[in-house]
Ligand binder design. Structure first.
Ligand SMILES: C[S@@+](CC[C@H](N)C(=O)[O-])C[C@H]1O[C@@H](n2cnc3c(N)ncnc32)[C@H](O)[C@@H]1O
Length: 413
């Protein structure tokens, strides 16, 4: 099996055309289940004059800055998670034909080297809890060997190889990544034996991923984008004032991005201990993974918000009806909106006067009590003097009749 890359195509100086990029391309590099769709983002960017500044204060996988750069704008985004800064930066970079040829050559060398390792190798493996649930012994052996060989490379070549490794982790895993939150496939409970075919399938998957990645990386972006590390509850320096803030912030649904990103973060050595995962999640708005949950128990607000009265009524009902978890969940809802209020205050100075904001957000329910985040967002924007504040229903979220996704928009006066 060989790694086949269209070398002639790589050396042609092809500019990104709008049509070429209308497919998924780089947007498909690593999907995060709760990420919003690129079509929605492109729709919201339509009509902006070329060269507009588009900010996403909750970058995630970088959908907004990438879509903005593809359409000739200047994208900029912020995230608390260093792994997502790295991923977003790799997605919005331009890769020269030489770099892509070097990546194809490096991948060939990585595969040849990885195949030489024996089954009982003692190579590094991530400190992921119950790693044997994630991968069969054969697949794990291959992933360790690939990781070891990728370490020989640096710079953009290593970035692309690591993204291919991440994609390979998913395709060879026993975990199902296609649900709202990842889960493990059913197993018979029998011990799984080492199978060299599993290792070979993993090597083949890596090969396929590199070819696809190199192909999608060869189109230059007509605009540009930068991804910043920071906390969107505070002003982020180095950001230019935006013509449009377009984002899908964390939802009020206790979904943990760290939990979803664990496999990638451990294999890419951006996480080594479960306690670090909890610390990182505590810094994220709405984070409740691991130790972040226990910290919520003793959390108290630093500031009042314009929705405190309405929120107190809902939180009281959640607290009463939620049994022993009720007070914790009431605190969760309170802290989430408290943090979003800090965010709305901080971001306002980073929007041009007359510039727009668009927040794609869902409501939620706890013990059948609705948490109308969309209405509370709109109230906070009005409090800050935004004009034309509007709530548009985008779609019904799932079979729960009460759950919808909204676009909350406004214009900075
Ligand atoms: C719903 S995701 C964004 C999805 C993104 N629109 C996409 O398509 O991939 C929310 C993101 O907000 C980030 N986040 C949470 N709290 C933050 C904070 N205080 N400052 C900056 N980013 C934060 C999380 O790490 C997560 O990546």
């Amino acid at each position: 099996m060989t790694l086949t890359v269209d070398r002639a195509a790589l050396t042609r100086n092809e500019q990104l055309t709008f049509r070429a990029n209308m497919g998924v391309g780089r947007h498909g590099w690593l999907r995060l289940t709760p990420a919003y769709g690129v079509r929605l983002v492109r729709d919201r960017l339509a009509g902006l004059p070329a060269g507009s500044i588009v900010t996403d204060p909750f970058s995630g996988t970088g959908t907004t800055p990438l879509a903005a750069a593809e359409l000739g704008h200047i994208g900029q985004s912020v995230d608390v998670n260093p792994f997502l800064i790295w991923l977003g930066t790799a997605k919005v970079s331009n890769y020269s034909p030489e770099t892509l040829l070097a990546t194809a050559d490096a991948a060939r060398a990585v595969l040849a080297d990885a195949r030489k390792h024996k089954e009982d190798n003692d190579l590094w493996q991530p400190n992921l809890f119950k790693i044997e649930k994630w991968w069969s012994p054969g697949a794990l052996h291959a992933l360790k060997a690939l990781r070891h060989s990728i370490d020989e490379h640096v710079g953009p070549v290593e970035d692309l190889l690591e993204i291919a490794l991440c994609r390979c982790l998913i395709s060879c895993s026993n975990a199902a990544f296609n649900h709202q939150s990842m889960s493990f496939n059913e197993s018979s409970g029998e011990p799984v034996l080492f199978d060299m075919d599993d290792a070979e399938r993993t090597f083949a998957a890596f090969n396929t991923e590199v070819v696809a990645l190199v192909e999608s990386a060869r189109y230059d972006l007509t605009g540009s984008a930068t991804i910043h590390h920071g906390d969107s509850r505070a002003g982020v320096k180095d950001l230019r004032q935006a013509d449009l803030v377009l984002t899908s912030p964390p939802y009020v649904n206790r979904m943990s991005y760290i939990r979803e990103l664990r496999p990638y973060m451990y294999w890419l050595r951006r996480l080594d201990r479960a306690s670090d995962a909890g610390d990182l999640d505590w810094r994220a708005i709405g984070g409740t993974w691991g130790t972040a949950t226990s910290k919520l128990n003793t959390w108290t607000p630093e500031v009042e918000t314009p929705v405190d009265e309405a929120m107190a009524k809902v939180c009281e009902r959640i607290s009463q009806d939620g049994g022993k978890n009720g007070p914790l969940l009431a605190n969760y809802v309170h802290k989430y909106h408290h943090d979003m209020w800090l965010h709305f205050q901080a971001i306002t100075a980073q929007v041009k006067p007359g510039g727009g904001v668009s927040y794609i957000i869902g409501n939620s329910t706890f013990y059948k009590h609705e948490v109308p985040a969309h209405e509370w967002y709109a109230a906070m924007l009005r409090e800050l003097g935004y004009a034309e504040v509007n709530i548009e229903v985008i779609r019904k979220r799932n079979s729960n009749k009460a759950l919808f996704e909204y676009d909350v928009t406004g214009r900075r006066p």
